[in-house]
Design a binder for this molecule. Structure first.
Ligand SMILES: Nc1ncnc2c1ncn2[C@@H]1O[C@H](COP(=O)(O)OP(=O)(O)O)[C@@H](O)[C@H]1O
Ligand SMILES: CC(C)(COP(=O)(O)O)[C@@H](O)C(=O)NCCC(=O)O
Ligand SMILES: [K+]
Length: 285
């Protein structure tokens, strides 16, 4: 559905004028770095590694890059493909650029306002430069899925719930701590609460401390999601489709009946969309 097989003609200094259908999309978040490889516009299984584990990041980059074919006209074994990334963690942006340079001699393209690859949708937020690019990527991809007004929730380190109007404009939304972050905060800031791995509640009423913490954190996120969608619907003027993504989203897709779609790695999809739009908008020369 989201990834139509489209090939675009592009000018790049590496290949001259070639069809670029191979994209390594990279989503640098606050906990994890996600790698999504699209070969001939065909999506390969994505990889998620802890952003703080530089060996794992390096291995994932290598593993993905090795899968790309060599450009037919290249005598030096140059790979045919581009790396396009978005980041909300500047510290990891720099180390990622350095890794690309040192490991594979490649300059990755960054998605963002005024960066290598522009945002694919208009931001109606007060300070667009401050808006997290991952929120925008997920929203742009969710708009393609919904084909209309949509609320997109990304449940990761933070939970972001954002609204896109019927014209595809990003309106903004709500930001709250993610379930794992809440669980860690409760355990570190209290004497008696254990750290739990958040799961779908086995029973509605927690019968011990661990269950009570688990259910509390879970209901906080589920309730936040439901309340946000309800409030956003007032502003959008109709009940929007709701799409969820992010490492912890799988926990909520069945529990929250108002969630219409669970789509993995929407941020990666948004990065690919952004790059394709750039190519489509670049006049041939
Ligand atoms: N299977 C999983 N793999 C990685 N992180 C997970 C997983 N399940 C839940 N998490 C939690 O999800 C959060 C990271 O989510 P992710 O979508 O990768 O986001 P981010 O973009 O914020 O790095 C962390 O709080 C982590 O504890
Ligand atoms: C809200 C976020 C921390 C979410 O990050 P994530 O949980 O995906 O790692 C990130 O989108 C961000 O740093 N945003 C900047 C502030 C804003 O969006 O307005
Ligand atoms: K998130």
């Amino acid at each position: 559905m989201l990834f139509l097989s489209v090939s675009h003609t592009a000018n790049t200094s590496l290949f001259g004028k070639v069809n670029i259908m191979n994209i390594l999309a990279v989503d640098i978040g606050n906990s994890n770095i996600k790698f999504g490889l699209f070969i001939d516009a065909e999506r390969q299984p994505s990889l998620s590694v802890s952003g703080g584990d530089s060996q794992a990041v390096s291995d994932a980059l290598r593993q993905c890059w090795d899968k790309l074919p060599v450009a037919k006209r290249s005598t030096e074994g140059r790979k045919e493909g581009v790396i396009v990334f978005s980041s909300v963690k500047p510290e990891w942006t720099e180390s990622f650029r350095q890794l690309c340079r040192e490991q594979i001699d490649e300059k990755p393209l960054e998605v963002g306002l005024g960066k290598d690859v522009d945002l694919p949708i208009k931001l109606n937020t007060e300070f667009p430069a401050d808006t997290g690019v991952d929120r925008v990527m997920a929203a742009a991809a969710a708009y393609v899925v919904a084909q209309g007004p949509v609320v997109v929730a990304d449940i990761g380190t933070a939970v972001t719930v954002d609204a896109v109007d019927g014209e595809g404009n990003f309106l903004g939304g709500a930001i709250a701590p993610g379930p794992e972050l809440c669980a860690r905060a409760l355990s570190s800031e209290t004497a008696k609460l254990p750290e739990v791995q958040v799961q779908q509640p086995a029973l509605p009423v927690g019968a011990n401390t661990e269950q009570a913490v688990n259910n509390g954190v879970f209901y906080m996120a589920a309730g936040f999601l439901e309340y946000s969608v309800r409030k956003f619907a007032e502003e959008l003027g109709s009940w929007p489709q709701t799409v969820v993504t992010g490492a912890s989203a799988g926990l909520f897709k069945d529990e929250c009946e108002f969630v219409d779609d669970f789509v993995e790695d929407l941020v990666l999809s948004g990065i690919v969309l952004s790059y394709k739009k750039k190519i489509a908008d670049t006049p041939d020369s």
